[in-house]
Design a protein around this ligand. Structure first.
Ligand code: ARG
Length: 458
């Protein structure tokens, strides 16, 4: 039986019902729906809108329904129109007229807006927890590898020396910003729409502050139309999740490169890699590839939400039912990706020798060589040119700056002396980069410890 049966002389067409129904994806909010109803009934009783005893009866029965769902005694009817209809129908079936009083001063429009906010607030917390775990893993690994020199790249060309720890901490910074965005999104969705009714509030003397408090919201929303028409919070969360996916995807791309024989900077644990059905030698970074691949669907979810909203007149329109599959998919995808990604990173073995080898071959100390000449009084532009000439000479003769003889150095510039070898040693180049935020090992340790402490305090 439909909630709105009175106006209609026929049952709804079966296929129309299937098309209209949201139960297949909104039943995951059944706990939040019941919790919301219990708070609403409690408030109705406290305000004298329904009898206290009836409010109590409703709340007790809703608790029973929740327990029966959890124990599997009660199954969700796949033909119900939505989760709200299902719960109210079950309540009425169990306690008759008293159950029918629950929907006083409420619409499914403010109810669904409340359920989604309650659900997403929890999801924000769960995702934040996972991201914190990831950042912790990164900081601990960065501390272990704070002195392992590797080439830093621009344009995918070896550029200047950094350390593996420094590289990992770059990702820690990105994920810290993701945490901040999740916190912001959660804070802004922390207002209770219940009490807005269908769109225009209600004439019943509701205590919306009380319902907000009971449900753990910072307070009630301030405009009834906006309360039921707003899905900004879904867009904001999808956008925060999209950026987190961008970060995971960029990281994945690097891991895929690092796992190749061309780099071999890391070795994935066998438990977090896969083989090939035909090529016996293969060990593939499938997790990283899937994470990179899944970022696309999350951006799609964000686009779905933006497009769904952009042409909607106030207030509620059925288009808005499309919010849930999109935002839940975004939430679930990020959760799934993090669940696979975190242990993969945690168990991955860096190979510092190979990083060092790559760092030695790419002339990544050329800037430091020029800086050496600057230290001897030469203008940087001239020093740059002299070093460029040396690099060209090295390439021609298959040498590196470290293996040039002093005579060879002096053919280009007589300011070179024995101390040049010390000045261009990779360790010295990295250790000297001590300016705030730069890759010197002591900096990396400082940053990793700072972030770990930050996580501990918040
Ligand atoms: N299933 C609906 C949704 O998800 C609930 C709200 C229905 N409201 C209505 N006026 N038809 O949006």
């Amino acid at each position: 039986m439909k909630l709105w049966a009175g106006r209609f002389s026929k049952e709804i067409d079966k296929k129309t019902n299937d098309f209209n129904s949201s139960i297949s994806f909104d039943s995951r909010m059944i706990h939040e729906d019941i919790t919301g109803s219990i708070a609403h009934a409690t408030m109705l009783g406290a305000c004298g809108i329904i009898e206290q005893s009836e409010a109590q009866h409703i709340c007790d029965t809703l608790e029973q329904i929740k327990a029966d769902i959890d124990s599997g005694k009660l199954e969700i009817d796949p033909n119900a129109e939505d989760v709200h209809t299902f719960v109210e129908g079950e309540l009425t079936q169990r306690i008759g007229t008293t159950g029918k009083r629950l929907h006083t001063a409420r619409s499914r429009n403010d109810q669904v807006a409340t359920d989604i906010r309650l659900t997403l607030k929890k999801e924000c917390d769960a995702l934040s927890q996972q991201i914190r775990e990831l950042i912790t893993v990164l900081c601990n690994k960065a501390l272990l590898h704070k002195s392992d020199v590797m080439p830093g790249y621009t344009h995918m060309q070896r550029a200047q020396p950094i350390t593996f720890g420094h590289h990992l901490m770059a990702y820690a910074e990105m994920f810290l910003r993701d945490l901040g965005r999740l916190r912001d999104a959660k804070n802004r969705m922390d207002e209770l729409p219940l009490g807005a009714g269908a769109l225009a509030g209600t004439t019943y003397p509701l205590d919306r502050e009380m319902t907000a408090k009971l449900l753990g919201f910072a307070g009630p929303t301030n405009n009834s139309l906006d309360s039921v028409a707003d899905r900004d919070f879904c867009v904001e969360l999808a956008s925060a999740i999209s950026l987190a996916m961008v970060h995971l995807s960029r990281f994945s791309e690097e891991i895929i490169l690092w796992c190749s024989w061309e780099f071999k900077f890391v070795e994935l644990d066998d438990a977090f890699a896969t083989g090939s059905s035909i090529m016996p030698q293969k060990k593939n970074p499938d997790i990283a590839e899937l994470v990179r691949g899944k970022s696309g669907r999350v951006f799609g979810d964000l686009m779905t939400l933006l497009t769904m909203l952009k042409g909607l007149p106030l207030a509620y329109n059925k288009d808005m039912q499309e919010d849930k599959e999109a935002i839940f998919d975004a939430v679930d995808t990020l959760r799934l990706c993090l669940t696979a990604f975190i242990p993969m990173i945690d168990t991955m073995k860096p190979i510092p020798e190979n990083m060092r080898k790559a760092a030695a071959k790419g002339f990544i100390n050329a800037t430091d060589c020029a800086d050496y000449l600057v230290g001897k009084g030469m203008a940087f532009r001239d020093a740059y040119k002299a070093t460029g000439t040396l690099v060209a000479y090295c390439i021609q003769h298959d040498k590196t700056l470290e293996t040039l003889s002093l005579d060879e150095y002096r053919t280009v510039c007589d300011l070179f002396d024995d101390d040049v070898y010390e000045a261009i040693s990779l360790e010295r180049c990295v250790n000297g980069r001590k300016v705030l935020g730069a890759p010197a090992p002591e900096n990396v340790a400082y940053q990793a410890n700072r972030v770990l402490k930050l996580l501990e305090e918040n």
